[in-house]
Design a protein around this ligand. Structure first.
Ligand code: CU
Length: 335
């Protein structure tokens, strides 16, 4: 097992990152065909609308459409007969325009909120090269099973790096986040992301997407004034998520809202099947409202029989009204 190191400049020089980026790692954006490539990698096929990325200038730092269907499978290597997935993460600080009146200084991983959706297969070795350029001490604390040395609670100072390395287990939908105190502040400012471990046997093809619920405490009163799916309040109301009628959707859903003990998630005019924490291969039950405490996450599967526009939101309607609202635009299929 590799031992943790903390020599930042050598491990994660800008030049090296650029080299890796050119090789296809999604650090600072996606390229045309990326999504298709990702789907191909795991041998999947599903009908997925090609959505334009009409972002305003203010939203360039984080695109909820990019967050929605982009998975970072890392750089795959073989070492001693094992599959290694190597990810590169940089903690940073950057402003995000939440609405016409509010610009918010986020702390983030790879320049986006939520951070990249890291994805591995059960049994892979995960290696995360973490460089902190955020101006404060930060960490990456992963959910999953790993030794305490890899638990991400020891501060990584600004300008330093750390290598987190562990086996990907157990399969399911997990998360990572900064674990510097006060954690409410480090998470609330944007240092969180999803971590998917696929089961050894692939799940069936589906239109896979990621929604992460977050809250913003704008005035440090330990309450959230704004909420969002994938960082930007009301974004998916303005730009509904296109899906195809009768196409199975696999939604990886994570609640990262601090200060509110729990929220629900509800979709209109349909029911979804629940795979709790993604830890099952068959659904545990079916419902149309699910309750999730902070850091709870599930896989929800559904297909819309009817075309049209359908809202999704927490059923704490005050939270929905403060930005955690979205819409599916179900496109008709004729065949
Ligand atoms: Cu932090």
């Amino acid at each position: 097992m590799a031992s943790p190191k903390s020599e930042p400049s050598e491990l994660l020089s800008r030049r090296k990152l650029l080299q890796v980026g050119a090789g296809g790692l999604a650090i600072a954006g996606s390229v045309a065909g990326w999504q298709w490539l990702q789907a191909r990698q795991f041998g999947q096929s599903a009908r997925i609308p090609m959505m334009g990325r009409k972002e305003s200038k203010a939203e360039e730092s984080t695109s909820p459409m990019q967050v929605l269907r982009e998975f970072d499978y890392g750089t795959v290597k073989q070492e001693n007969g094992r599959t290694i997935r190597e990810f590169r993460i940089i903690a940073g600080t950057s402003p995000l325009r939440l609405n016409s009146a509010t610009s918010y200084i986020t702390w983030n991983y790879n320049g986006r909120v939520p951070g990249p959706t890291l994805r591995a297969k059960a049994g892979d070795r995960v290696r995360v090269l973490f460089l902190n350029k955020g101006g404060h001490a930060h960490t990456m604390h992963f959910h999953g099973i790993h030794p305490d040395t890899m638990d991400g609670v020891r501060p990584v100072s600004n300008g330093k790096a750390f290598i987190y390395e562990f086996d990907a287990e157990p399969y399911g939908v997990h998360l990572y986040h900064c674990h510097i105190s006060p954690v409410t502040r480090h998470i609330g400012k944007g240092l969180y992301g999803m971590f998917i471990i696929d089961p050894p046997e692939e799940r069936p093809p589906a239109d896979e997407m990621v929604l992460v619920m977050g809250g913003y405490d704008l005035n440090d009163d330990r309450r959230n004034e704004l909420y969002a799916f994938n960082a930007l309040p009301n974004y998916y109301m303005r730009t509904p998520i296109q899906i195809y009628q009768r196409q199975q959707v696999r939604l990886y859903l994570l609640n990262m809202i601090e200060f509110d003990p729990a929220v629900t998630f509800h979709i209109h005019a349909n029911f979804f099947q629940v795979y709790p924490t993604g830890r099952t291969l068959t659904p545990a039950y079916e419902t149309d409202v699910i309750t999730m405490g902070t850091a709870e996450r599930h896989i929800l599967e559904f297909a819309y029989p009817h075309s049209g526009k359908y809202m999704f939101h927490p059923h704490q309607d005050a939270i929905a009204e403060a930005g955690c609202m979205g819409m599916f635009d179900v496109l008709p299929i004729t065949s």
